[in-house]
Design a protein. Sequence first.
Length: 94
Amino acid sequence: MKNPFVSIIEITGSRVIGEVLLKMGALNDIDLEKALNIKKSNPNKPIQEIFVEQGFSEKKQVNIALDEYRKEARLGQLLVSSGLLKNMAVMALK
């Protein structure tokens, strides 16, 4: 059986990484929406590449955001697997 938390990450990953960059001040709302629209027409292209290629954010900032995103993902997965949180609660936190 596929881990349901992985599905949540697949669905929300692009937006979550963008939101981390927003919180860091390394991306603005308009550029995030532009990047998400580009991602829709290029679903196999990693969102972090879009941020950098379009000049919306610097590679170093994107790498910091990815590290932060991975920490959040691991914490959520740990809480779900331990039974302390349900998948829907993790989605609500995003």
